[in-house]
Design a binder for this molecule. Structure first.
Ligand code: ZN
Length: 702
């Protein structure tokens, strides 16, 4: 690992923020250097601090501890990411015999200088009790790899030298803070403290030195591990075993993950040559099925990954059985661990779900599992680092994982359990979290409303369109309202089977499956039957009817696979039309093709109920525009329809509003709400039609 500290850079960094204390600026500078190294800190697994005088409103000078606030990433941290705490007060807490975690958090929160600060890191007291101006803490891969072995002390000393102290695993919180400070006081000559199964603290009077010590010790550990790996290395076991088809494997896996779960999960697939080789090495299962590198990871990945090698099952049926059986074994082991640990403590705990969050699938790669994409990516990141660390460690000595009791303490920490309760409340406001949705005709106004409501309900949205320019405009518009990483555009021609299959394959490869399909692409034209052009009629049938058919046909195998190993319900919600029940003259091509699609929906409801797919239709009346995105359909048809009624085209919206019972304008968002209603599965409804038209008696479903 390179020391990236540059004196001139640090100097410029300090000069660039004149309002910031120079040492706080240096703290930010080296914190970012640390944050840049994923082998040092991964997703919040590390923290840094600096101790500085601070003037109060009354002009008194107080000692303050500036420590990384939770929710901030070291790589991009800024001044507000370092809440300041009353250092003298925190140090007095050391005199206590014990301090509960809740009270420790309370003491930190009530001794902030600014009540608007983010909550300080949970390791704040460790930083406070150490006397040094700068304290750096990471969960460096190479360090934890060396501590996760039997009797690591002699080896660590050999590699890192005498200027370190080594402590066994201690639960973060007050006891760890007291032990670390006592350890330093016994040996004031040390430059670093290694924490078993946890990480490393370095400290010094300058930012440069504290950071330099971190890089120095981690580099020594890395160099040693590399040299051992080069000597012994991992032998390749076998080559050429056929990889499972991810298009089949992933929906089956996704289904199995949702059996008896309250919400579906998104998958994140991480693969490359190195990952596949590692998963294929000799004794891979034995080496990589062990517990987490550091208990910090347990919240993200649970203690154990699920090892899922299905390469011997070429038949889909057998593969499904193997996945279901591996999942059941994993879940029963997890439940057993929970029950055993709770019984040993005699304290009630809310059990987390028993699903794995990290899956190693030889031949394919790493699969991260999460209700959100972010969670799935974090699990995969940790998985990738864990593979590398354990591969290096295996060349040195057998892996020694932390005892189940310690893992449980961390996984079921009261502070984490409190977060869980909050998370449940949040989940209730996002009924479609963990679900993927595809809306065709994604470049038009109605797709804006449908996309908006699906995203607001927590779904991961895909919009498809044949016109990439219109599609991009809608994606950008929604990206301004929501997290842009929650929306993707897919260029797709719904009339072409190959294009549709390719689009769906993209979604499966990205998240493992599909839950909500909204065939919404449509086109219209105005013509009496006498004047209707054959080709124009065929084109309308192609998009409005065949397009819906292609979507249903291509999505069905995905839905079936998800269902085969679980009970994940899926939804097809067809954007039909008020015209199906109330057709109009000179609108034959549109009405007939939409009526055909509507009928297809009813057939699909009959055929797909056995695999848990609900198919419903929404009959909306004319929708004109949304946020400047016009409805392509009405751009063409609106004025013509008005002229065919001998009305002024300019009065179009007014005309449509006045013709319904509620005298209301129908908006794209109304269609979106109807989609979310069906997709939430709140009522046992399939084959139904929901009008979204303000009430038009002639179009009442019958
Ligand atoms: Zn830590």
């Amino acid at each position: 690992m390179k020391n990236r500290y540059r004196k001139h850079e640090a100097r410029e960094f300090v000069l660039a923020q004149p309002a910031c204390h120079p040492d706080l600026a240096r703290r930010i500078y080296t914190s970012r250097l640390i944050g840049r190294e994923s082998c040092l800190v991964l997703h919040g697994g590390g923290n840094t601090s600096v101790k500085l005088p601070k003037e109060t409103l009354l002009g008194e000078m107080k000692d303050a501890l500036y420590i990384k606030g939770s929710g901030w990433d070291l790589a991009t941290i800024q001044e507000p990411g370092f809440p300041a705490l009353d250092l003298a007060y925190l140090r007095r807490l050391r005199a206590l015999d014990a301090l509960t975690d809740e009270e420790m958090v309370n003491q930190c929160l009530t001794h902030l200088f600014d009540s608007a600060s983010p909550p300080p890191s949970i390791e704040a007291l460790v930083h406070a009790f150490l006397p040094h101006r700068f304290v750096d803490h990471t969960h460096a891969d190479a360090i934890v790899t060396l501590t996760n072995m039997a009797e690591p002390e002699a080896r660590l000393r050999d590699i890192l030298g005498d200027s370190i102290a080594i402590l066994p695993w201690i639960m973060p919180g007050f006891p760890l803070a007291k032990t670390v400070s006592a350890c330093y006081e016994n040996r004031p000559d040390i430059e670093a403290i290694i924490l078993g199964n946890h990480g490393i603290f370095t400290f010094a009077e300058t930012a440069e030195q504290a950071y330099g010590r971190m890089i120095h010790f981690v580099s020594l550990a890395e160099e040693y591990l590399h040299s051992q790996q080069q000597k012994k290395g991992g032998k390749k076991k076998r080559g050429g075993a056929p990889s499972p088809d991810p298009g089949i494997f992933l929906p089956l896996l996704r289904g199995a993950l949702t059996r008896d779960a309250s919400s579906p999960f998104l998958l994140h697939i991480r693969t490359n040559e190195v990952i596949r080789q590692r998963l294929d090495r000799e004794r891979a299962r034995e080496i990589f099925s062990t517990g987490v590198l550091t208990p910090d990871h347990v919240i993200r990945t649970k203690n154990y990954p699920l090892w899922l090698d299905v390469r011997e099952f070429t038949e889909e049926e057998r593969m499904a059985e193997a996945i279901a059986s591996a999942m059941a074994t994993y879940e029963s082991a997890y439940t057993g661990y929970f029950q055993e640990q709770v019984a040993a403590r005699n304290e009630p705990r809310i059990m987390l779900d028993s699903k794995p969050r990290l899956i190693f699938a030889p031949g394919l790669g790493i699969i991260g599992v999460g209700v959100t994409e972010k969670d799935a990516v974090i699990a995969a990141d940790i998985g990738e680092h864990t593979l590398a660390a354990k591969a290096m460690g295996a060349a040195v000595a057998p892996y020694q994982e932390l005892a189940a009791g310690h893992i449980f303490d961390m996984e079921y920490w009261s502070l984490e359990q409190a977060k869980l309760k909050k998370g449940k409340m949040l989940a209730a406001s996002r009924p479609l979290a963990g679900r993927t949705a595809l809306v065709t005709g994604g470049g038009g106004a109605i797709a804006v409303g449908i996309g908006r409501q699906l995203l607001a309900a927590g779904a991961r949205g895909f919009l498809s369109d044949i016109d990439p320019v219109r599609l991009q405009r809608v994606c950008e518009l929604l990206g301004q309202e929501f997290d842009p990483t929650m929306i993707s555009g897919i260029a797709m021609d719904v009339t072409e089977a190959a294009s549709v299959q390719q689009g769906l394959h993209e979604i499966v490869m990205k998240y493992g499956g599909l839950d909500i399909l909204v065939p919404n692409a449509g086109l219209a034209l105005v013509s009496t039957l006498a004047e209707l052009d054959d080709l124009a009629l065929k084109r309308a049938l192609d998009v409005n009817l065949i397009g819906v058919f292609q979507m249903i046909k291509a999505a069905t195998p995905i839905f079936r696979r998800q269902r085969r190993t679980g009970h994940l319900p899926a939804h097809i919600i067809i954007n039909s039309s008020k015209n199906v029940f109330a057709p109009g003259a000179a609108f034959g091509a549109y009405s007939a093709s939409k009526a055909g699609a509507h009928q297809l929906g009813k057939i699909a409801a009959l055929e797909l109920a056995e695999i848990g797919v609900r198919v419903n239709m929404i009959n909306a009346d004319g929708i004109f525009a949304d946020h400047g995105i016009s409805s392509g359909l009405w751009d063409v048809v609106g004025p013509d329809r008005m002229r065919s009624r001998n009305l002024d085209p300019a009065g179009l919206q007014e005309y449509y509003r006045n013709r319904n019972l509620l005298k209301t304008e129908v908006l794209a968002d109304h269609v979106g709400h109807a989609v979310v209603f069906f997709a939430s599965g709140l009522t046992p409804t399939t084959g139904a039609t929901l009008p979204v038209d303000g009430g038009i008696a002639a179009a009442f479903p019958r």
